[in-house]
Ligand binder design. Structure first.
Ligand SMILES: Nc1ncnc2c1ncn2[C@@H]1O[C@H](COP(=O)(O)OP(=O)(O)OP(=O)(O)O)[C@@H](O)[C@H]1O
Length: 328
């Protein structure tokens, strides 16, 4: 189990991680979600002992990462897939990493095959695409056959087939009883990969919940109805049934008058209209998607707002890639 307790990191005036407490359990994939600059990488770096917390603790199996005598066999990590020597082949890169971590060199060809890079094992990584580099980074994380996997944006740069492959790999590794923590800002992907979600915004915990509960808690149901004949009668009946605050009147994209009842499912709204004897021409229920739920839950927590250029901190460049989802 990974236990994060009151974890906090400040860089000068920037509060990168703010009193985070959560646990990551074995046997499932835990998704670590948040908009750009939310503090995911900083948290992962602190779990891995690469950054010193301002306060709080991060423990792996009840001990700090740095206190494990065989860290590469305990924890496999992917942090920055680009941090490799361009003039080394994929095999040489992994051999060097295996050697540095005191791991068996025979494992190198196994992991190359596992990530589908056997055919290009002799090629210099300088010519690798971002997706190939991601695969190489995942191979490096798997070198020690670790019990724990901490992967920062592993699907970044992968094509749909690659994304499916990572998803299958992570699920298989978790099914073997490993503890898998994977960060992403790609919600649709997380929804299909993770069992549990830890959502952060501006360094703070926003949600610690199953994917299903997260959607349920954050998504709002609403029902839009269109009267067959008499919109005023429909509006009055629904206001009477559900209260004035829940019912609004407007127009659909074709300019037809519609009434929307927020917080109510279509069966309730249909029943209320039927009880009032109002004929309906249309009844449509709408539930927020995971993406909408995520934007809603991190609203006000986004570090960088779309359209506005982020102010670059003195010692760390602003993230180069555009956010996958518009920040609220
Ligand atoms: N070494 C550093 N010095 C100063 N500020 C930093 C440093 N590292 C990170 N930060 C800042 O801390 C905040 C959190 O950054 P972090 O990279 O952890 O977020 P993230 O959620 O991983 O974002 P992304 O999805 O863009 O990778 C940001 O405001 C970032 O600019």
């Amino acid at each position: 189990m990974i236990e994060v307790q009151g974890l906090t990191k400040r860089y000068g005036a920037v509060q990168a991680v703010d009193d985070l407490t959560f646990t990551v359990k074995p046997g499932i994939v835990t998704g670590f979600l948040g908009p750009n600059g939310a503090g995911k990488s900083t948290t992962m770096r602190m779990i891995l002992g690469l950054d010193k917390p301002t306060s709080g603790t991060a423990l792996i199996d009840a001990r700090p990462y740095t206190s494990w005598s065989n860290p590469a066999q305990k924890v496999g990590a992917l942090l920055d897939a680009k941090g490799v020597h361009p003039n080394r082949s994929a095999r040489a890169t992994l051999l060097w990493q295996a050697q540095a971590a005191g791991l068996n060199a025979a494992r190198v060809d196994e992991v190359l095959s596992l990530v589908g890079l056997s055919d290009v094992a002799g090629k210099n990584v300088g010519g690798f695409s971002l997706g190939m580099n991601q695969r190489l980074g995942i191979a490096a994380a798997l070198l020690g056959d670790p019990e724990y996997l901490i992967l920062d944006e592993p699907v970044n740069g992968l094509d749909p087939e690659g994304i499916r492959w990572v998803r299958g790999l992570l699920r298989a590794l978790a099914a073997e009883g490993r503890t898998v923590l994977v960060s992403s800002h790609m919600l649709a992907e997380m929804a299909q990969t993770a069992d549990h979600l830890i959502v952060i915004g501006r360094g703070k915990l926003v949600a610690d919940t199953s994917v299903a509960e997260f959607i349920k808690a954050n998504s709002s149901v609403s029902t839009q109805v269109r009267a067959g004949v008499d919109t005023q009668a429909l509006f009055s009946a629904l206001t009477e049934a559900f209260g004035a605050d829940a019912v609004t009147r407007g127009a659909d994209p074709e300019g037809r008058e519609v009434v929307t009842v927020s917080g109510r499912a279509s069966d309730e709204v249909g029943a209320a209209a039927f009880a009032a004897g109002v004929q309906l021409a249309e009844l449509a229920e709408r539930r927020a998607s995971l993406e909408e739920a995520y934007i809603q839950s991190t609203e006000g927590h986004a570090q960088y707002v779309s359209g506005a250029a982020p102010a670059a901190p003195a010692s760390a460049p602003a993230p180069a890639r555009a956010p996958e989802v518009p920040n609220a």
